[in-house]
Design a protein around this ligand. Structure first.
Ligand code: URA
Length: 211
């Protein structure tokens, strides 16, 4: 199976949940739950081509050859505060995945990514890295996060996001053409202050109830 460079996960469940997520009247609790649920569904699509190997097992009735995942567990890389919102849902599907923390925030004056923390497993080169970056607005912080993960050894990287803009997709593609993007929707553009429109608002604030 060939993975496309951009996949819009247009499954009806994802689109339904995304509409509830966009609605400004959704509570912090609902927002958080929906975020995790969509995160799991995006992850399901982004891992469709994982390699399987066959093992011998015994069911209560018979011995059989059956498939399990091959190779090392994935590494999940939530980016900043908003990225943590996708982590729970993805870990529900892959509870043994490793987690790399990519602490970057967007400087609101210049919309450029600033790093404040980074920690990743030593064997990044042997693991598929899923970057959890919900809002691909300008693409700058996603590029900074991927740069950092590749510096740490990552060879295979994919991005899971809730929303992406056309310009962010171009920025990621221009800097990292090998990185596939999985998103629930592609929105129109970004405001002067760096928010996606129509968008979801400030994801960190809505998720953590800080506004
Ligand atoms: N971060 C957010 O929280 N929302 C956006 O629209 C863009 C970046």
């Amino acid at each position: 199976m060939t993975i496309k460079s951009v996949t819009v996960v247009d499954h009806p469940l994802v689109q339904h949940k995304l509409t509830l997520l966009r609605d400004k009247t959704s509570s912090t609790k609902i927002f958080r739950e929906l975020f995790g649920e969509i995160g799991a569904l995006l992850c399901y699509e982004a891992t469709r081509d994982l390699t399987l190997q066959t093992v011998e097992i015994e069911t209560p009735f018979a011995a059989m050859q059956s498939p399990i995942l091959a190779g090392k567990k994935l590494v999940l890389a939530p980016v900043g505060r908003a990225g943590m919102g996708l982590l729970d849902g993805v870990l529900k599907l892959m509870p043994a995945a490793r987690v790399a923390h990519v602490g970057v925030y967007r400087d609101p004056r210049i919309l450029v990514a600033v790093e404040y923390f980074f920690k990743a497993p030593d064997d990044m080169a042997e693991r598929l890295a899923l970057v959890l970056h919900p809002m691909l607005a300008t693409g700058n912080s996603a590029v900074a996060a991927i740069d950092r993960l590749k510096e740490a050894g990552a060879k295979q990287v994919r991005i899971l996001c809730m929303l992406a803009t056309p310009r962010a997709i171009e920025t990621v593609r221009g800097n990292h053409p090998d990185v596939a993007i999985f998103t629930a929707a592609i929105d129109d553009d970004v405001t002067d202050t760096g928010y996606i429109v129509p968008g979801l608002g400030d994801v960190g604030d809505r998720m953590f109830g800080t506004k």
